[in-house]
Design a protein. Structure first.
Length: 127
């Protein structure tokens, strides 16, 4: 279990792959029909790649964590068909007014290693 006291700044949690398949893009378009396909990943899908990596790699987590904030920087929009790799690491933690906040940095690269986007998530850690 990843507890606040045992999480270390700089700790890497590995990498998660996401294939921007036609099927994934069709599912996205069915949810967001006003986001017309143009052969590139919609910017809103950054959260999909990032949250899949977090949910898959930062385990086990204590129940009751609350997603506090996230911000992203788009470097390039990957093409449909591309395989993306997202890495996640603990960027730091802080105790503020008796609340445990953990910051995670993410970086997503394309198949050739070219950066696509990066971000930071802040989670209110339950234990």
């Amino acid at each position: 279990m990843h507890l606040f006291d045992t999480l270390r700044e700089g700790a890497a949690f590995g990498a998660e792959e996401l294939h921007l398949s036609d099927a994934l893009m069709e599912r996205w378009t069915s949810l967001y029909p006003d986001d017309p396909p143009d052969g590139r990943m919609p910017a809103g899908m950054i959260a999909v790649a990032t949250m899949r990596a977090y949910s898959s790699l930062v385990v086990p987590r204590p129940p009751g964590n609350i997603h506090g904030s996230q911000r992203y920087e788009m470097l390039r929009r990957p093409s449909v068909g591309e395989r993306l790799t997202t890495r996640i690491a603990c960027a730091g933690k802080e105790l503020k007014r008796d609340r445990r906040w953990v910051h995670f940095d993410t970086e997503t690269v394309g198949e050739d290693g070219t950066p696509c986007f990066r971000g930071r998530m802040t989670i209110l850690w339950a234990a």
